[in-house]
Design a protein around this ligand. Sequence first.
Ligand SMILES: *[C@@H]1O[C@H](CO)[C@@H](O)[C@H](O)[C@H]1NC(C)=O
Ligand SMILES: *[C@@H]1O[C@H](CO)[C@@H](O)[C@H](O)[C@H]1NC(C)=O
Ligand SMILES: *[C@@H]1O[C@H](CO)[C@@H](O)[C@H](O)[C@H]1NC(C)=O
Ligand SMILES: *[C@@H]1O[C@H](CO)[C@@H](O)[C@H](O)[C@H]1NC(C)=O
Length: 954
Amino acid sequence: MNDKTHLPSYQEVIRGAHRRHLPRLSKRRRRVAGIALGLLSFIAYAQWKQLPSSTTVHPISSDITIHGLSVKQLEDDLATCHALQKKPEDPKGLGRDRNSRYIDGHAPTLIKNATVWIGEPVPGTSPEDARKGKGYQWITADVYLESGLIRRVESSIAPSSVDPKTIIFNAHGRPLTVGIIDMHSHAGVDSLPELEGNDDTNEMSSNITPYVRSIDGLQPGDHQIQVIKSGGVTTSLVLPGSGNNIGGEAYVIKHAVGKADGRNETSATDMLADPDRNWRYMKMACGENAKRVYGRVGESGPVSRMGESWEFRHAFERAAKLVRDQDDWCNTATAKGLQAVKSYLPQELRWESLGALLRGQVHLNTHCYTIPDLEAFVDHTNEFKFKIRAFHHAHQTFLVPEILKRAYGGDPPASAIFADNMWYKAEANVASEFAGKILWDNGLTPIYVSDNPVLNAQHVIYEAAKGYKYGLPYHAALAAVTTAPAERLGFGQRLGKIKPGFDADVVVWDSDPLSLGAAPVQVWIDGTAQFEEPVELDKPPVTLITPDDSLAKLPNEPTQMDQVIFTGITKLLVDGGELGIDTTNSAGINRVVLTRGKITCIGICRSEVETALRDHTPVVELKNGHLSGSFTAFGSKIGLNAIDAEDDTDNGPSSGTFTRGEDGLALDTQKLNGSYTYGVTKAISAPKHTGGSNHHGTSVGFLTGAKTSLDKNAVFASDVAVHYTLDLTSKRGSTPSISAAVGALRQKLLEAAASNEKIKDGYSEAAFLKKVVQGSLPLVITVQNADVIASILQVKKTVEHATGTALRLVIYGGAESWLLAEELASAKVGVVLAPLFSFRSTWDQRRALTGAPLTNGTAIDKLLDAGVLTAIGLEEDWIVRDLGLLAGIVLNNGGGRVDEKGALGLVSGNVYKLLGLKEPGVKDGHFIISEGSPLTIGSRIKAVGGGLGTVTVF
Ligand SMILES: *[C@@H]1O[C@H](CO)[C@@H](O)[C@H](O)[C@H]1NC(C)=O
Ligand SMILES: *[C@@H]1O[C@H](CO)[C@@H](O)[C@H](O)[C@H]1NC(C)=O
Ligand SMILES: *[C@@H]1O[C@H](CO)[C@@H](O)[C@H](O)[C@H]1NC(C)=O
Ligand SMILES: *[C@@H]1O[C@H](CO)[C@@H](O)[C@H](O)[C@H]1NC(C)=O
């Protein structure tokens, strides 16, 4: 199971889902018990791969030995001994004349005029220099693909020198990389949109299930496999979920499926990246999940991390015994002959795969977040002598490099992480966006992963881009989704580099792959182009990123300043009107002077600077300084929650009551600190309905930098809007159906319209609804599905007919709103997209547009084209750091629909326009000073003003 979407108690949405799953769980338990005996008598080795047919068995005359055992069976057992003792090696790349995945008949391809990232430094680069990034470069080259392999990478390959049937693809100088590798995915086992019938992510029948295999639940028809590929991801490690301590076997697949890939039929086996199955893979997980899923006091463990360690050690003990018994048998049979053995080879399917792990045949990937989890697991590796390839999630590995280096086998595990997704549960709360850089600086290996569908794996390259933003060197960020996972998966000679002998998995990008919004223009797997008519976005010519080493310096601890001067300002992303000061003479501007947290001068500012210098005002010199307005987080739980899944840190659900956000405000949290640090100085949050980002009650506008709600100006707007939810979670309690929920909304509004009663409590639902029907307070409905949006538009009409007054309606969520873009525009209904880029994760989002090369644009493009006022919301709170980056993606991929200020408006001014609210602006001390545009990946925020009378300088 992916970590967040299904596991109980991560967050409340999920808790609901878990309750739903419980009856299923117990049914499954009964079913599994019934067939367990049958399974145990099965021959273990047959399930894995075909054994070598050659054996060195001694010929024996009789069919039965003196101990009454079948000679034929003993001979098979002895053959099994050879397989058991096999030591896998990484499969060779060079020297193959074809890739064994190649389908005959696919023509060779010559990619002309590409700008190629090889994936390794030029020959002769020392390992020390290579680690620093020296010798890595983009080169101009042609690439020839044939028989599923990269054959030639040369500065110029003449078409006359290759097979005449060759397809020529002109890259026109665009960047070419190897296919991206996602080392943590649940694609195919957790098919999208999520439906109970499709969920095969965790085998919940027992906490220790090394015997289950993700391939047995892998659905090749999962549309998400295609969506992921459209992001340039050609290879994924499909892991069982993290509900169990030992989750089962995992498989490395390529995203080339069935008939579209030239195969006769659709099969998961055909997707295996290594059809010869040299290595096996396994998933384990420690920490919160297993104890929460399986711990039942007095009935079953584990209930604590201590219990989890025992579960692991007990399982390893069982597997070690099996291995020892087998080795004893094999040694006796080999040394003394088959007549000497008194039994068949000991085999037990339940422990077979774990035995293979102890034999060094399995690449282990373990989900562990915290120091105690990591330390305990490293202890298990040494106690039972097995290696671990990567810790996943691994949020705290950056704190304990030495613990990782103590892992068995002298080969420290990599850390497979998200760039900045955190805070969602206690073990994800101690985390840093700089983890990748810190791991790298300690000689360890960061790898970025999606945990699809926790993140949409289509955009795993964006995680790497953020890794670069947060200080990982450019080459290491690219390696973190290419060469590093290739090596960790045992594919170091086949995947991850553009070199002869490697598999021909190739992506040509429309921009630098680490720039915001980078999308493939074509993807090849095993040498075959994957998209027949890929949509290519209208973008300016490619400018490659010049790696900026200064990003590798961690930001300084924040300092509060009353007065400060910034020099080196090159661009204003706000205009004079917003500033309330004259900037007409600020051409060639270079200075910004701040006094008591407000901007007092922009330009040469001679006299201001003189006065300031006399007062010893600090001067901060910037490189390519930008001044812009600050951002607003609308619709998150920020200010009402500190750790998503921890009830004690949360305002609590408000589904049964109608409450005011202001009454629950809880400030001074990590989430708020993170918001402020990344320029989000204002937030508008409403109480949640059940969990996730659904709402019920009135929202409050507040300053993220405030310490309590009584700080001056801390609450800038008390009851901003009335929020209701009509997504899948609305089917509960008194409204068990969508029709009941829509009907209840209509009834409330019509009653408010008809009522003349004097309302005693001015803070009651009735009082706020009265304002809604009078058109003086906005109504915000959290909803994703187009059909429900259609019903809401009907309700709006009905109510307006009754009152004669226009409702101010806003759609929050809106994954499918693009289907009704024209209708929304003519009804003057705005949309806050949350998520900005839906990927059909749930049924009510199943018609979302996932973007190029599969679809021509996404929801926001369609809404902007129709003239719908649009803003960007947050599906989850961690996204707050990324608001500027998301706006940057819209800027880059919008084909000119928005300019820089328009993009910034999506995360600031538009929210206020939608809500009919005055925005606390630059004039009020809300601004961001950054090096580089905050809409670019290479920018860094240097100072933030949050309307509190001081400036925070980093
Ligand atoms: C490669 O493409 C670039 C960009 O379109 C172009 O300027 C250049 O002339 C091309 N080079 C060749 C050899 O065709
Ligand atoms: C498809 O099936 C045909 C007929 O059985 C067989 O000859 C061919 O090799 C198969 N092709 C692939 C790619 O499996
Ligand atoms: C994508 O849509 C835009 C208009 O929305 C259109 O101009 C463009 O031609 C389309 N591109 C493709 C490849 O269909
Ligand atoms: C906010 O976070 C930053 C960086 O994560 C840290 O340096 C700072 O001390 C934090 N401030 C508070 C008040 O927690």
